[in-house]
Write a protein that binds this ligand. Structure first.
Ligand SMILES: [Zn+2]
Length: 117
C-alpha cells in the first residue's frame, strides 16, 4: 500500500490521488476504488471525457437499470454502470487535475535538489 499519496482532484462523490513514489493513480468514487498506472490512467481518462452519454441513455432508455452509462473494466464480465450526473462528476475530477499535477512535479524537483545539497 502506498503511503505518499497526494490528492490531485476532488468532487462530491470521490477523489483522485497520485502516489509520489510509484506514480500510481488512485481513484476513489462512491463504492469504486481503482489503481491505475500512467498508461491505464490516460486510457481511462480519455474514455471518461469522450463518453457519449446521449447514445447510451437512448440505447438503454427502456432498460430497468437506473444507471445506463457503461464503463468496461479489465475483468470481462464486470461492467461499471453510471448515471449522467456521476459521469459529469468524473469528468470534472479528470479535468481539474492538470495544474495540481504540474505543482506536484515541481515540488518533487525541489525536494531532489535539497537532498543533493
Ligand atoms: Zn506508491
Amino acid at each position: 500500500m502506498c503511503n505518499s499519496i497526494k490528492t490531485i482532484s476532488k468532487v462530491k462523490s470521490g477523489e483522485l490521488a497520485i502516489c509520489c513514489e510509484c506514480y500510481m493513480y488512485h481513484l476513489e468514487f462512491n463504492n469504486i476504488y481503482l489503481e491505475l498506472n500512467q498508461r491505464e490512467f490516460e486510457q481511462f481518462r480519455s474514455y471518461i471525457l469522450d463518453i457519449e452519454m446521449d447514445y447510451w441513455e437512448h440505447k438503454y432508455a427502456d432498460a430497468k437499470v437506473k444507471r445506463k452509462i457503461p464503463i468496461p473494466s479489465m475483468q470481462q464480465n464486470l461492467v461499471l454502470m453510471f448515471k449522467r450526473e456521476e459521469i459529469k462528476e468524473l469528468q470534472t475530477l479528470f479535468t481539474k487535475t492538470a495544474d495540481v499535477f504540474t505543482t506536484l512535479l515541481n515540488t518533487k524537483d525541489i525536494d531532489y535538489a535539497l537532498i543533493l545539497n
